[in-house]
Ligand binder design. Sequence first.
Ligand code: GDP
Ligand code: GDP
Length: 453
Amino acid sequence: MPLPIVAIIGRPNVGKSTFVNRLAGDQQAIVYDKPGITRDRTYRPSFWQDREFQVVDTGGLVFDDDTEFLPLIRQQAMAALTEASAAIFVVDGQMGLTAGDREIADWLRAQSVPVLLAVNKCESIEQGAIQAAEFWQLGLGEPYPVSGIHGNGTGELLDELITHLPPVDELPEIEEIKVAIIGRPNVGKSSLLNALTGEKRAIVSSVSGTTRDAIDTVVERNGTTYRLIDTAGIRRKKNVEYGAEFFSINRAFKAIRRADVVLFVLDVLDGVTEQDLKLAGRIIEEGKATIIILNKWDAVEKDSHTIYEYKQKVMSRLYFMEWAELLFTSALTGKRVDKILDLVDTAISEYRRRVTTSVINEVLEEAVGWHSPPTNRQGKQGKIYYGTQVRSEPPTITLFVNDPKRFTDNYRRYIDRQFREQLGFKGTPVRLVWRGKKVREVERGSANRATKV
Ligand code: GDP
Ligand code: GDP
C-alpha cells in the first residue's frame, strides 16, 4: 500500500536535504525495484502523529539557467510533484526573498497540489517571525518559520501538512459538490428537490447524511457529482408545540456548515421575511457560495416589469448578498429548475478560484490611484503595502497595511467593490482581512513569550 508522497521543493542551498533528514530521521530510503520508478529520486519514510507518508527531495530547482543538468533536475521536480499529495516549498529566511523563489512560487501556484511554505534557517523565533512575514508576498498562504538544523517550527508545519494528506487506506473519493437546500417551511424545498432529481437525472443513490439531520441525495450530471442536502423546514420558535420542528433551525445551520453551495429558497409571494434574514445571516457567517431562489413564480401575476420589481424588492432586503445570482423558479411547472445546477457550477468555481498576487496588487494599485486612503486627524494616511489571496472556499484576501485603524468602513467598502468589479467572484462571498504588519509581529512575539513561561 503506497504512502502519500510529500515533495520538497526549493532553490539549491536553502536547506532541503537538512530538512528531509529532520523529517525522516535516520530511516532508510525506500528502494523501489519496480520498473518505471526513477532511481534519481529518493523516497524516505516519515510520520507525524498517527500519519505516515514519504518525503522526496527533488533537488535544487532553478528556472533561469539551462546549463548542464539543470533541465533534468527541473524535470525531476515536476515529475515528483505530479505524484505528490502535498509539497513543501523551502526558502531561505536568512537570505530573504529572491527572484528564484518567485519563479518557483509562480510555477507552484499553477499546480493543483497543496503547497506549504517553510521559511528555513529561522533559528531565532522572534527574528524568524519577521523574516517569514516577507514571504506572504508569494501568495502561497502562511509562511512557517522553521529551522531544519534545530527543528523549531517543524511541528506546526507538520500539523498543517497532515491535514492535506489523503486517508491512508481509503481510495481518493470522487469529488462532489455539496449543495444544501435551505429555507423556511413551505417555500418549496422538497418540491424543488423532486424537480431537480426528476426523470431527467438518474439518482445514483439516496443515502442518509452523516447525521440524521438531513437526507442526502446524490445526483450526477455531465460527470459532476452533486450531494443535495435537504433539510426539514424551519418553524418559528413560538410553535414549540410542533415538537421536533423546534430544533430544525439547528438542522438548517448544520446543513449550511456542511455545504459548499447553498440554495437559499424563498417564497416569492412572501418576499424576504425576518426568518429568511436570520438564515441569510448564518449563510454569510459561514461564508458559503449562494444562489437565491425565488420559488412559486408561477403563482405571480406578471407583466413586463414584474421580474424587475421583484428583484429590486428582494435585493434591497438582501443587499449584503448582492454578489449572489437570483433565479425565479417554479417547482410546480419546472420552470428554470434546470438552470439551478448551471448556477451551482459557476458559483463553485468562483468559490474555489485563486487569483495571483500580481493581479490582486494591480487591482489595489488602480483602486488607490482613483481614490487614495483616508488621512486621520493627526494627518497620518492609511497605506496599503500589498495584498495576497491566502485561501479559497471562500476566497480570502489579506491586505497588508500600515495601520488597519486608518481605513474607514467607507473606504473598506470601496475596496470591496473594486475587487468585485475587477475580479467578479460571482456567487461567492469574498473576505478581506486588513492586517497591520506591526500588530502581527507583536502578536507573534507575545504568543512566543507565553509559551516560554
Ligand atoms: P539543499 O541544497 O537545499 O539540500 O541544502 P542543504 O540541506 O544541503 O543545506 C545548505 C546549507 O544550509 C548547508 O550549509 C546547511 O548547513 C545550511 N542549513 C540547512 N538548514 C539550516 C538551518 O535550519 N539553519 C541554518 N542556519 N543553516 C542551515
Ligand atoms: P418545503 O416545506 O419547503 O419542503 O415545501 P414543499 O416542497 O413541501 O412545498 C410546500 C407547498 O408549496 C406545497 O403545497 C407545494 O405544492 C407548494 N409549492 C412548492 N413549490 C411550488 C411552486 O413552484 N409553485 C406553487 N404554486 N406552489 C409550490
